[in-house]
Design a protein around this ligand. Structure first.
Ligand code: ATP
Ligand code: MG
Length: 642
């Protein structure tokens, strides 16, 4: 103990040699380059590692300058460092200096330098340690590059992407995420997004996330996410976990594709399929049902024809007739909803059509004030008159029902363009439109009701008061005319129904009204219909009207009869839908035999296009089953030009 406190004795020469040997061995063992220079900066010593770094032998190294392999700039930086070290006596570090060795290898070196003094304290040179950091720097550069690459991939990705840690805190959003969902990265980095996952999806999200952290990936999972403003957006989620080097899950990379458009298309497709199914169903029902109604209507017509108005049964039959009309209105509504039943399309003057309907309506509802504000220059539209009447009447009746205690209805028409149509729910096709607006001062509707009014069988009316088909069919009819309907309404503030129909380039066809009567005719009619009930009753009706009737229940037979007797047949009533041969083919055959043949089409419903195409080929007219004797008589006389 005593000894160790004493001053060390001066080392002997042997000891010095031994020490030097020890340090030399140590210097050779380290991986870093150790060097010494004189004050001019030329190497006076370097260990093997230093020789490796400088790509020189020991002999080559000694006397050379570390600046020899550096470019001008680096060389300047080195001189500056060495000068400072000399002046301050403080060691310094030089990082990232690049050199190209005599063997042409590019190296990035890190170096520390300090001042060497002699025993008197005078500076005699520098010494330091150099390290080859080429690989480290290159790896960092590569990493930066790859980060840059992935950032670009993320940022140009049109789908929203969010990266979270395993605590679900946000590490990254891409710009698409910000623009779809509204949250910004600057405000929400390292936070959990509150409200992003809707309440009803939390459990589901929880399950997915823990599965994700367990290494499962997902793709195409359809669910809902909220935007920052609380809008629910349907998304398709794909997610994968990212891990550290030892395979531990660090968090998730989640892509949330916005599938609003896809959902809209799917809904549209489903609607289209639904319409088609309903159309087929409605068509089938309408055909059979209208034939039955035709039988009833015909017989009632015949009975009424023979009854005086004061006969006790007269009212009974009148009531049956009314019920038949209701029945056929119902099928018309169904066909309208199914977008079928558009038969006779012609250029129409809507002002006149609305005026006629509203006059009739106003006569029934004397407690209402009906105001007209018609544009005198309203463009004609191409439409099926009967169907358009149906639409206007549906809306007027609804308005009336919304004003049980009286009120005001404004009927307005105007020429507008697509720009005047509120297109928030649909894309409006550019062009000119004729607008019909029906404004009432009735009870109005709340938002919830308004959302559903065009659905079939949606009604707020008591049993027996409404079937809920009025607006559904009106909507279908307007759609099948390539038009649009919009509604404005508020509870207590009345409602406004706005219809837009594309205008037609054609002129309205003015039909000269024929005096309506059922005076007996004198001519011969060929009646073609495969339905026994219809054939029987309508032939009786025509006979009662004074016509001579030839019946044909088979279309081929009808053609043959016409071939043999066309000189004696003045008129043909032709059913459109028949087995063996279509109404259209029969029509063509008859016109081949006699190009001037007068032919009236009749149908309970028409496959769209079929009736129209026959009418377009020059057929004289169309009568809808069930028809009364008066209607039949009027049609025949109209066509015969009497
Ligand atoms: N002008 C209006 N004012 C207030 N509510 C209306 C108006 N028009 C329609 N509605 C609401 O829309 C619902 C659906 O109307 P829609 O015409 O389709 O069926 P409905 O009138 O109930 O029955 P239907 O027309 O088949 O006899 C109505 O029950 C009513 O609640
Ligand atoms: Mg209605």
């Amino acid at each position: 103990m005593e000894r160790s406190r004493a001053m060390p004795e001066k080392p002997t020469y042997d000891e010095l040699l031994k020490n030097e040997e020890k340090y030399r061995t140590m210097l050779e063992a380290v991986e870093d380059g150790y060097w010494e220079t004189d004050l001019a900066g030329n190497f006076t010593f370097g260990n093997s590692a230093m020789c490796r770094i400088a790509d020189r032998t020991h002999e080559e190294l000694i006397g050379s300058s570390p600046r020899a392999d550096a470019d001008k700039n680096t060389s300047k930086r080195m001189i500056a460092v060495f000068t400072r070290v000399y002046e301050t006596g403080q060691g310094e570090k030089l990082t990232d200096f690049e050199l190209v060795t005599p063997k042409g290898v590019r190296k990035i070196i890190e170096m520390s330098a300090s001042l060497v003094r002699d025993s008197l304290g005078n500076p005699v040179g520098f010494r330091g340690v150099s390290r080859d950091v080429t690989e480290k720097v290159m790896a960092q550069e590569a990493l930066r590059e790859s980060e840059e690459r992935y950032r670009t991939v993320m940022e140009s990705n049109p789908d929203p992407v969010v990266v979270t840690n395993q605590k679900r805190e946000v590490l990254y959003f891409n710009p698409a995420f910000e623009s779809v969902f509204g949250w910004t990265l600057t405000e929400h980095k390292n936070k959990i997004l509150r409200g992003f996952i809707p309440k009803d999806k939390r459990v589901e999200a929880e399950t997915f996330f823990s599965k994700l952290l367990n290494g499962e990936s997902f793709s195409g999972i359809e669910t809902i996410r909220n935007t920052q403003s609380g809008e629910r957006i349907p998304v398709s989620i794909s997610a994968a976990v990212y891990k550290d080097m030892s395979g531990n899950a660090l968090g998730g990379i989640v892509t949330l594709r916005d599938i609003r458009e896809k959902k809209r298309m799917e809904a549209q497709l489903m609607n289209a399929q639904k319409y088609e199914a309903i159309g087929t169903l409605a068509g089938g029902i309408a055909h059979d049902f209208n034939n039955l109604l035709m039988g009833i209507q015909g017989n009632v017509s015949l009975a009424l024809f023979d009854l005086e108005a004061n006969h006790p049964l007269y009212e009974v039959f009148k009531n049956i007739e009314k019920n038949v009309k209701s029945g056929s209105r119902l099928t018309a509504q169904l066909l309208g909803y199914a977008r079928k039943g558009k038969v006779e399309v012609k250029a129409l003057d809507i002002n006149k059509l609305i005026k006629d309907i509203s006059d009739t309506f106003a006569r029934v509802r004397k407690d209402l004030v009906v105001i007209h504000d018609f544009s005198p220059a309203l463009m004609p539209v191409e439409a099926d008159e009967g169907q358009l009447e149906q639409v206007i009447l549906n809306i007027l009746v609804n308005a009336g029902q919304a004003m049980e205690n009286g009120g005001k209805i404004l009927l307005k028409t105007a020429n507008v363009t697509h720009e005047d149509i509120d297109d928030s729910t649909f894309k409006v096709k550019p062009g000119k439109y004729a607008m019909v607006q029906v404004v009432d001062s009735g009870v109005g509707m709340d938002e919830e009701t308004r959302k559903h009014i065009f659905e079939p069988f949606f009604t707020t009316k008591e049993m027996g008061q409404g079937t809920g088909l009025g607006l559904a069919s009106s909507y279908g009819i307007i759609k099948s005319h390539s038009g649009y309907v919009t509604v404005d309404s508020e509870p207590g503030k009345g409602s406004s129904f706005n219809i837009y129909l594309p205008v037609s380039g054609k002129k309205t066809t003015e039909i000269t009204p024929v005096p309506k009567s059922n005076l007996p005719g004198k001519q011969t009619i060929l009646l073609v219909d495969d339905e026994e009930i219809v054939l029987k009753v309508s032939s009786k009706m025509a006979e009662r009207l004074g016509y001579r009737v030839i019946k044909a229940s088979d279309p081929r037979e009808a053609v043959k009869i016409y071939q043999d007797h066309f000189n004696d047949i003045h008129f043909v009533i032709l059913d459109i839908i028949m087995p063996n041969m279509s109404g259209g083919d029969v029509f063509d055959e008859l016109r081949k035999i006699n190009p001037a043949a007068k032919i009236l089409l009749s149908s309970g419903y028409s496959i769209e296009g079929q009736a129209r195409s026959i009418l377009e080929r020059g057929c004289n007219g169309f009568i809808q089953k069930p028809f009364s004797m008066v209607e039949l008589s009027d049609k025949i006389r109209e066509i015969m030009g009497e």
